[in-house]
Design a protein around this ligand. Structure first.
Ligand SMILES: Cc1ncc(COP(=O)(O)O)c(C=O)c1O
Length: 399
């Protein structure tokens, strides 16, 4: 963990800004960065480069001169392509007027939170969760309220809906949902989404649904249960998504939000004064990605299912490991008996075995004692990592 820099300029920062926590995923990244002797499983990305047809489309967009400003809501043809995608893949009718393009899934979340939260509003967040959501809520002036999920070997990680609803107070503004979830892979059922939507409607709450792993599911369904198939345009629901994961475009920084159409000008204002829009030629490449990427998405889900089984099979057989095959996303989240300092474990594992994992504590305190492994890498890397982890964890005992 980096210590706060001392100095008069730092001291002059507002408390709200000084209180932002550094990501504890990034700490491991910093230590592993650039090391070719390390198997990198700490990041939330596949080791495949962006498919060539998308790269070509970006180069063509550059050659065609798509290098200027665009409307802050996004290139109209991309918004239309995303609407077509929802119709084709989800059989959902989401008009292009409800879709705006963002600088990746992160900015989609940050803007959604900024749009709906007043200072002091509470955002109910099931944990363990990707830490960026918690900090983005704080940056928006809101107070994250963490609701621990439960784990058992049969069901894996799951959310007790009653507990989630019980966390709502008069100050609650947002129910946050991330399904399939990072880091747990927990995936809510259709019935659970229905219950959440009914509850939010009754209480007048917003839902921010982060669906970036929506196409990474392993039960044979083409997509995880989604709010896109159940919302009315004026429901207080924002759905955030990204090209990063399903289209292997993490570095392109392109995502989107589905928001109620009546937010119109206000939503555009936030985009205009926040980023003035995502990179123009990237958006042109994203049109090709979403129009022509269905086969890629289907193939990735198949490949990821095999990798999930490989790594889950290798670790679940260790007597001191607890884990369940995740229903979605591309992470195996596992605990090791007696492990109470996942950060230290991650650092020691990196040095001893040259495998970089993210410590569970990076995903809020509810993740302490657990480790996150991204299995979106080649089968050869994963098999090598499995061997090293089996050797290390099999022998590992608490100090
Ligand atoms: C749950 C979740 N939401 C959003 C994102 C952000 O995606 P992007 O890289 O497009 O900003 C991530 C990235 O890891 C994520 O895990």
């Amino acid at each position: 963990m980096s210590t706060a820099p001392a100095g008069p300029a730092f001291d002059a920062l507002p408390e709200r800004v000084k209180a932002i926590s550094p990501s504890r995923i990034i700490e491991i990244a910093g230590k592993a960065h650039g090391r070719t002797d390390v198997i990198h499983l700490w990041a939330g990305e596949s080791d495949l480069p962006t498919p060539q047809f998308i790269v070509e489309a970006a180069m063509q967009a550059l050659r065609d001169g798509h290098t200027g400003y665009q409307l802050s809501q996004g290139v109209p043809a991309l918004r239309a392509a995303i609407a077509r995608y929802y119709s084709r893949a989800y059989d959902a009718s989401i008009g292009a007027d409800r879709i705006s393009v963002t600088v990746g899934g992160m900015q989609a979340l940050a803007q959604a939170l900024l749009a709906v939260c007043d200072p002091g509003d509470e955002v109910v967040v099931p944990v363990p969760v990707w830490p960026n959501i918690v900090e983005a809520a704080r940056i928006a002036g809101a107070a994250p309220v963490e609701v621990p999920m439960a784990f058992d070997l049969q069901r894996g990680w799951h959310l007790d809906l009653q507990r989630y609803f019980d966390a709502v107070t008069p100050r609650t503004r947002v129910l946050f949902v991330n399904s399939p979830g990072n880091p747990t892979g927990a995936t809510l059922s259709d019935d659970e989404l229905d219950q959440i939507l009914a509850f939010a409607r009754e209480r007048g709450l917003w839902i921010i649904s982060d669906e970036v792993y929506g196409r990474m599911v392993y039960d044979g369904s083409p997509f995880a249960p989604s709010f896109v198939t159940r919302i009315e345009p004026e429901d207080r629901v924002m759905i955030t998504n990204t090209f990063s994961k399903n289209w292997s475009m993490t570095g392109w920084r392109c995502g989107w939000v589905v928001a109620p159409p009546s937010l119109g000008q206000v939503w555009d204002n936030l985009l205009q004064y926040g980023t003035t829009g995502a990179t123009t030629f990237v958006q042109y490449a994203a049109i090709t990605a979403i129009d022509q990427g269905d086969a890629l998405i289907e193939e990735s889900a198949r490949v990821l299912a095999a990798r999930r089984d490989l790594i889950h099979g290798a670790l679940a057989q260790l007597p001191n490991v607890r884990t369940a095959a995740p229903a979605g996303a591309f992470y195996l989240f596992f605990s090791v008996e007696g492990l109470t300092d996942s950060r230290r474990f991650a650092l020691e594992l990196l040095e001893a075995q040259k495998v970089a994992l993210a410590p569970g504590v990076a995903f809020t305190d509810a993740g302490e004692g657990w480790m996150r492994l991204c299995y979106g890498v080649s089968e050869a890397s994963l098999a090598a990592a499995a061997e090293r982890l089996q050797a290390y964890i099999g022998r590992w005992r608490p100090a």
